[in-house]
Design a protein. Structure first.
Length: 111
């Protein structure tokens, strides 16, 4: 009986083919999951900014910041509302504060 040493070329090609098929299935799902995670983080940051804006108004007799500069100083750069640092969009976009009479909000930017 012959002692068999190693694998044949067909066996190796079959293993490589199976690995390639599995990788082609998994990689697109991982890429989509990363983008979805970034989007979820951005939405969570936005929701926290809106909550901080409402808390600011509650602490200041219903008054909101007058403009973007006041919003940045009073809320974004404040350790009161964000003690662990300012929320940053994972897509490197900025959150914009819009102040119109009675409808103050932080706008959601598009990615």
């Amino acid at each position: 009986m012959l002692a068999r040493r190693g694998f044949t070329l067909v066996e190796l090609l079959l293993v490589v083919l199976i690995i390639a098929i599995l990788a082609s299935i998994v990689v697109p799902r991982l890429a989509g999951a990363a983008a979805e995670a970034k989007n979820s983080k951005c939405q969570a940051n936005w929701a926290n900014l809106v909550r901080a804006l409402e808390l600011y108004a509650a602490n200041n007799d219903g008054a909101y910041p007058a403009n973007q500069t006041a919003f940045d100083a009073a809320i974004l750069n404040s350790k009161t509302y964000f003690p662990h640092g300012t929320p940053v969009c994972p897509f490197a976009a900025t959150y914009v504060y819009v102040s119109t009479s009675g409808q103050e909000t932080v706008t959601v930017h598009t990615h």
